[in-house]
Design a protein around this ligand. Structure first.
Ligand code: AMP
Ligand code: ZN
Length: 129
């Protein structure tokens, strides 16, 4: 039990050090920032799939939706309000946009720090698959 606890704590520490998005938040890696507040950072995706493709991330390291709990889930509201703010500034509020969250390897999550992809600027089909 103790060994398991020690291993999972070590993994948590390693994850934080290795986490690309935490490094961006710390300023150790560059990003093209489009919005920031106390809780949330938004920046352009390195490999955009739409004219507007930004990533909305919490400043607190949360691995995925599966790591949300009653204490940290308020940040989801903050992330959605950031999306609304960006939409208003870019005209996406009228055009429409899509928020996507990939949770877990099987769903294509490659960065283990909770994030929404915000996509817009082109016609997005009704089907998501
Ligand atoms: P996901 O596959 O849902 O985990 O999305 C991760 C996204 O992060 C991908 O769309 C990547 O292009 C993007 N990404 C990874 N590293 C960076 C980075 N340093 N700056 C901006 N976007 C990144
Ligand atoms: Zn992180």
């Amino acid at each position: 039990m103790l060994r398991w606890l020690w291993r999972s704590k070590q993994k948590e520490v390693l994850n934080l050090d290795d986490c690309v998005f935490c490094r961006i938040i710390k300023g150790d890696l560059p990003c093209r920032k489009v919005y920031e507040d106390e809780k949330v950072l938004v920046f352009e995706d390195l490999h955009p799939v739409a004219p507007v493709h930004v990533l909305i991330i919490p400043k607190e390291h949360i691995g995925s939706v599966m790591d949300l709990n009653v204490k940290n889930a308020q940040v989801l509201a903050d992330m959605h309000l950031a999306a609304k703010n960006i939409a208003g500034k870019t005209g996406l509020d009228k055009e429409g946009f899509r928020l996507i969250n990939n949770c877990g390897e099987g769903a294509g999550q490659t960065v283990n720090h909770l994030h929404y992809h915000m996509l817009g600027g082109r016609k997005l089909g009704a089907k998501i698959l």
